[in-house]
Design a protein around this ligand. Structure first.
Ligand code: BGC
Length: 386
């Protein structure tokens, strides 16, 4: 065969090599930019430009879109140096727009989780929020932060800072809120997410990132063998509408106990017996972190995937971590690796504040007032367990 242009020949070879190595999101020299193309994310939505941004440092690389400030891809090595994309996402902005799963990798706001009847009380006034999950308000409503196009504040090879102005009355919430979220990769295989916000009127605010992980790689099957540890003695139990009703349910001697490393699937066999697992359809609970000091960064959770050796530690300044075992996916959406996004093939560990309740005695307040500054940090640290 004769090639007139040696560059084309090289490109063909590169394509073949990369094509052969991509199996379940695994690629020997994988990088978010091999899996995804920025062009597939360039679109104008409501007058704002959407794009895809690549970060790289040490052995890690990732892709983020400013549509919902979402993590689209996060590539880390296994014990043999094989890379896999461990965050579930889609290959184009059009796939995000048509997906049934709307929170993948996104920043959730104004308030992560459910608010009963969508009713909030702030400084003696009552507000009604949009009801987007039965009689509840979930994850900031249908036009929450996950569905907004964020502005790029700054960007370099290892960091991306995004900002969004949430206007007074958006989804029913009071006040204009300025939010900033910065993603940074360092050379120690850590992804840091920094959240900042201010408001001109009292409003509840509880931000998180809703990445779904599978440490064997997106689309590689059940998460039941992932080994999870959560540094918490208590969860917030839920009612039939999945609304948190207290903060003092002891995990000791229950299937919700992850104080010692345990396979995620081990106690799911008690799903029909344990009332909390039954109400949630699996794990879908706030874990109250065992803290010594308020706001100090602490190790909240550790996950190890035994076959690859990939380990993820979640460190946070937040008081709680919400563990969700992806109980609602039905395989209807197809992820960027070409595999259906299935029931319990990924998990979310969302660091956040206590849930909101209009009964102010139930949980510490999540109201941000104009004199307050919202500033908090969460780190996802990746390493290998031999
Ligand atoms: C919530 C679930 C919800 C899911 C949507 C989780 O954070 O706790 O109840 O259905 O997000 O992805």
């Amino acid at each position: 065969m004769k090639y007139s242009n040696p560059n084309i020949f090289l490109l063909v070879i590169l394509f073949l090599v990369n094509g052969i190595h991509i199996v379940n999101g695994q690629n020997s020299k994988n990088d978010a930019s091999i899996i995804l193309k920025a062009e597939d994310f360039q679109k104008n939505i409501n007058g704002k430009n959407v794009n895809l941004y690549f970060l790289k440092n040490g052995n890690m690389s990732m892709a983020i879109t400013n549509y919902g400030a979402r993590i689209v891809s996060l590539c880390v090595p296994d014990r043999y140096g094989q890379m896999a994309d461990v965050v579930v996402g889609f290959k184009s902005i059009d796939d995000y727009l048509k997906a049934t799963g709307v929170y993948h990798g996104a920043i959730i706001g104004r308030v992560a989780g459910r608010i009963k009847n969508g009713k909030i009380n702030v400084n003696d006034s009552t507000y009604s929020l949009q009801l987007n999950a039965g009689n509840s308000h979930l994850h900031g409503g249908s036009s929450g932060f996950h569905n907004q196009v964020w502005n790029v504040k700054s960007n370099n090879d290892t960091s991306l800072a995004l900002e969004y102005l949430s206007k007074d009355d958006e989804m029913g919430y009071p006040g204009n809120v300025n939010v900033e979220v910065a993603y940074t990769l360092n050379s120690k295989n850590e992804l840091t997410i920094e959240y900042k916000a201010t408001t001109d009127k009292g409003t509840p605010l509880n931000l998180t990132n809703h990445a779904f992980f599978n440490l064997a790689g997106e689309g590689s099957g059940s998460i039941n063998n992932h080994l999870l540890t959560i540094n918490a003695n208590y969860i917030c139990p839920i009612d039939e509408a999945k609304i948190a009703i207290a903060k003092n349910y002891k995990v000791k001697s229950t299937p919700l106990d992850f104080r010692k490393e345990k396979a995620i699937g081990k106690d799911l066999i008690f799903e029909d017996v344990n009332q909390q697992l039954k109400l949630a359809g699996g794990y879908d609970h706030h874990y109250v972190l065992k803290r010594n000091k308020k706001n100090k960064i602490m190790l909240a959770a550790t996950v190890v995937e035994p076959s690859s050796g990939r380990k993820m530690e979640v460190l946070t300044q937040e008081p709680c971590i919400h563990f969700f075992s992806a109980n609602f996916f039905k395989g209807t959406d197809i992820g960027k690796m070409g595999k259906p996004i299935n029931y319990r093939e990924s998990f979310a560990l969302e660091t956040q504040r206590y849930p909101y309740s209009s009964d102010s005695k139930l949980f510490p307040s999540i109201i941000l007032n104009p004199t307050d500054k919202y500033e908090t940090k969460t780190i996802f640290r990746f390493s290998i367990e031999e």
